[in-house]
Design a protein around this ligand. Sequence first.
Ligand code: 6PG
Length: 235
Amino acid sequence: MLGAAAIASECRFAQPRDLTVAVAARLWESIDEAVSSDGQASLVLAGGSTPVPIYNTLRELPLNWDTLRLCLSDERWVAVDDPDSNEGMLRRELLGPEAYERVISLARTSDDIEADAARVERDLAVMQRAWDTVILGMGTDGHTASLFPAAPGLEQALSSHRRCVPVRPAGTAHPRLTLTLPELLNSRRILLLLSGERKWQVYREALAGEDVSAMPVRAILHQSKTPVDVYWSAQ
Ligand code: 6PG
């Protein structure tokens, strides 16, 4: 039996702009609270397209990059200058060059994905505190981060003691590196971002079922460690 649903709140917006403002405000609050108490803030950011307007909004705020540590939830195993790179997207949509070093990179730097995963593990060693906020998206197949249904590597990504592992989802253009479930849950809060009616239906289906291999987002929804706030916009 899966754990109780972790859903702390569900916010639904008719306009994407309203979701953008609400999530950017949550991130700003999370950063301000962490920097005020610990002198630093750490965020895991989702790839894909849904979060881009949020990153564009954050970019306009007076962020002190020296106090921030960022990491992507997952990455396509490509170089950062590849058009499919999530880190490349962050550089275009959020980061100025002075902030690039604040990102724990999952970008491809070798011809051995296991070696790259091991490098990320070493780099993550600087993170000895929980993430302040983790931002996740979801695909219409019920994947989140790069936890894809029945993917080679999914089992290890769900349960290992490791923090970052390679996965090889069928049907994606590239192998992936993903933070593991334990790493994603090592956070004060998770914000799950959904857009469109289809994703709302997939989310409700994921809530109603238990098979994590079929819909890995269930591992985020059905757990009692980390509160999850769901943000949905109609478009
Ligand atoms: C990626 C993401 C992935 C994404 C979902 C939703 O590498 O694509 O990390 O998990 O969050 O696929 O993507 P959209 O926001 O583009 O729908």
